[in-house]
Design a binder for this molecule. Structure first.
Ligand SMILES: [Zn+2]
Length: 310
């Protein structure tokens, strides 16, 4: 079997991270229960993204998973994302949920257990699909910003970042999907459908592809129903296109780090479970995932089994 055919037969994964999406009770404070918010995904899964949801058919899994990780307090981004991308219980490791960005202690987990470096160690490839700007790295150098978890994940694996050139080539997606945010005036806006197609096509060329979107977390903190519905509609159209263009050997995994947008009665995060949606040939294997710690190990075990087969 040629290398090219071998690589194509191996399972690949597209990990789509949606910040701040929990599964809560349907109602006036939950934009995910609005019919107009996620028309595609609701029809595709056969139910809306609310509490008690569960769907499993051939190639499609949807279940609630725990994001609290048995640590008191409200789950936060840095520890939640580190847990998703390392398989290690980061809030337990730190003794608390940590918001925002990764400190020195979390970097130890990312350096040692990062999904990207572990995929590379298995002889596979990995990429961060998000578009970056020079301004981001200037801000880091000037200590006006700190690294996000996914940035450290990419750095610790020694992988390049997708910049303006890649964006112009149709090989990067801005975190807000459509690319129209200031201060980068050079970035040409694209439709959610184009962004979804870009991401799906990119995922066909790598063992693991990660894309992060923070829209729902912003809408949740703002307690803004209209903005939440607008953002969910954008994500829904993006997903519809990504799923339509998903290569047959790629399994799409969608998850979040903590609840937020599903309860607009509070501007804070929630302790609600978060969705785990798996679509593709390896979807059923994710039925055993019960919390954020099992996603990376499941991806790696599927890739390791495939490697032994060849
Ligand atoms: Zn978050």
């Amino acid at each position: 079997m040629s290398d090219a055919k071998c690589a194509h037969s191996s399972p690949s994964f597209l990990l789509l991270f949606l910040d701040g999406v929990g599964l809560g009770e349907a109602g006036a404070n939950n934009p995910l229960s609005a019919l107009e918010a996620t028309p595609f995904l609701t029809a595709y899964l056969g139910q809306s993204l609310v509490a008690e949801a569960a769907a499993l058919r051939s190639g499609v899994l949807f279940k609630p998973i725990d994001a609290t990780l048995e640590v008191p307090g409200l789950p936060q981004s840095a520890t939640g994302q580190t847990t998703i991308y390392t398989g290690q219980n980061a809030p337990e490791f730190l003794g608390k949920h940590q918001s925002g960005f990764a400190n020195g202690s979390l970097r130890q987990l990312i350096d040692r257990y990062g999904l990207f470096s572990q995929a590379l160690a298995l002889g596979r490839t990995a990429t961060l699909a998000n578009a970056y700007s020079p301004e981001y790295f200037y801000a880091i150098a000037e200590r006006r910003r700190r690294y996000s978890v996914c940035t450290l994940l990419n750095l610790s694996a020694g992988l390049p970042f997708r910049m303006q050139y890649e964006y112009d080539q149709g090989e990067a997606i801005f975190w807000n999907i459509i690319g129209n945010a200031a201060p980068d005036q050079l970035r040409k806006p694209i439709s959610p459908a184009t962004a979804g197609q870009r991401l799906a096509q990119l995922s066909g060329r790598y063992g693991v592809t990660l894309f992060e979107c923070y829209l729902c977390d912003y809408a949740g903190h703002a307690q803004d129903w209209e903005r939440a519905v607008t953002y969910l509609q954008r994500i829904d159209a993006f997903l519809e296109s990504a799923i339509a263009h998903l290569p047959p050997h790629v399994t799409l995994i969608i998850t979040s780090d903590h609840g937020n947008v599903e309860d607009l009665s509070t501007k804070r995060h929630t302790r609600n479970p978060v969705p785990l949606i798996a679509i593709g040939p390896e979807a059923a294997a994710f039925a055993r995932v019960k919390d954020l710690t099992s996603i990376t190990p499941q991806i790696l075990s599927k890739m390791a089994i495939a490697q032994q087969r060849f």
